[in-house]
Design a protein around this ligand. Structure first.
Ligand code: ATP
Length: 259
C-alpha cells in the first residue's frame, strides 16, 4: 500500500535520510524509531510530499508521489509532531475546512460533493465528541491547550477516512485519557485495513501496537522486523527484552553499524 524505494534526503552536506527502502501493507502499523536526529521526521515529511526527496521514490496505493501527487496524497493523512493550525478558524471550522478540502477533488457532481462533505462533517462531529473537544468547538486555536491542539490536528487528519496514516510523535503532550482514545482510534483504522506509520520515543506506548519496527540510525536503516525478530539480534541474555531495551541495545555505541 505504501512503498519507499531508495529514499535519500540531503540538507547541504547532511544526509538526513540515506537510501531507505521499506513498505507497509494494509492492516500493519510500523514503528519508525531511532535516536534524536536519526531521520524519522525527514522520512515522514518526504513520504507526504512536504519535503521533496533528493533521491528515490514513494509510491502510495500505486501512485508515485512525485509524478502524481494529488492521487497519491488523497488517501494519506499526516499528523506532525507540532500542532499547526489556522489562527482564525475555530475548532469546528477547521473540521469543515478539511472536510471540504478532501472532498473537493471528488466533486464530479455538486450533489456527490455535498454528500461527501456532509459525511465528513458528521465524522468530524463524532471525532470532536470522541476526543473531548465538543465543548471547545467554537474556540480559536489560541484558546486551546497544547494537547487540545494536538487532538484537533488528529481529528482534521482523520476526517476523510484516510487509508494511510503517518503520525509523528502523536502521543506527546496528550493526557492518559487522550492517549487511550487516540490508541483506540488508531486500532479502529487498522481494523478497517489502513496502513500506519508511527514515530515515537515513548516506546512502551507503541510496543503493543506495532506489527514491525524500523530503527534508523544516521539516516540509515539499522534493523527492521517484528519484536521477536529484533530480539534475535541480541545476545541470549536479552531474549525477554522489551522494545526500550531492544532499542537501547541496538542503538548504543557498541551496537552494530547500519547495514
Ligand atoms: P528527533 O527524534 O530529534 O525528532 P528525527 O529522527 O526526527 O529526530 P530529523 O528531524 O529527521 O530527525 O533530522 C535528521 C537530520 O536532518 C538531523 O541531522 C537534522 O539536523 C537534519 N535536518 C532536518 N531538517 C533539516 C533542515 N531543514 N535543514 C538542515 N538540516 C535538517
Amino acid at each position: 500500500m505504501i512503498q519507499v524505494e531508495g529514499l535519500s534526503k540531503y540538507f547541504g552536506s547532511i544526509k538526513a535520510v540515506d537510501n531507505l527502502s521499506f513498505h507497509v501493507k494494509p492492516g500493519e502499523i510500523v514503528g519508525l524509531l531511532g535516536p534524536n536526529g536519526a531521520g524519522k521526521t525527514t522520512t515522514m515529511r518526504c513520504m507526504c510530499g512536504i519535503t521533496p526527496a533528493s533521491e528515490g521514490r514513494v509510491i502510495i496505493q500505486g501512485a508515485d508521489l512525485a509524478d502524481d501527487p494529488i492521487t497519491a496524497k488523497r488517501e494519506l493523512a499526516f499528523v506532525p509532531s507540532e500542532p499547526r493550525l489556522f489562527d482564525y478558524l475555530t475548532v469546528r471550522e477547521h473540521l469543515g475546512f478539511f472536510a471540504r478540502l478532501y472532498s473537493a477533488a471528488d466533486s464530479e457532481t455538486r450533489s456527490l460533493h455535498r454528500q461527501k462533505v456532509q459525511q465528513s462533517e458528521q465524522a468530524g462531529e463524532s471525532l470532536l465528541q470522541e476526543l473531548d473537544l465538543g465543548d471547545r468547538a467554537d474556540y480559536l486555536p489560541g484558546a486551546l491547550s497544547r494537547g487540545m491542539k494536538q487532538k484537533l490536528m488528529i481529528a482534521c487528519a482523520l476526517i476523510h477516512e484516510p487509508k494511510i496514516l503517518i503520525f509523528d510523535e502523536p502521543f506527546t503532550g496528550l493526557d492518559p485519557h487522550a492517549i487511550r482514545k487516540v490508541r483506540r482510534i488508531i486500532q479502529a483504522h487498522i481494523a478497517k485495513g489502513a496502513a500506519i506509520i508511527i514515530s515515537s520515543h515513548l516506546l512502551g506506548m507503541v510496543e503493543d501496537m506495532i506489527s514491525n519496527a524500523i530503527i534508523l540510525s544516521q539516516g540509515q536503516m539499522l534493523v527492521e522486523g517484528s519484536l521477536k525478530e529484533l530480539r534475535q539480534r541480541l545476545s541470549s541474555e536479552h531474549q525477554d527484552a522489551d522494545l526500550e531495551e531492544i532499542f537501547i541495545q541496538l542503538t548504543s555505541n557498541n551496537a552494530q553499524s547500519p547495514a
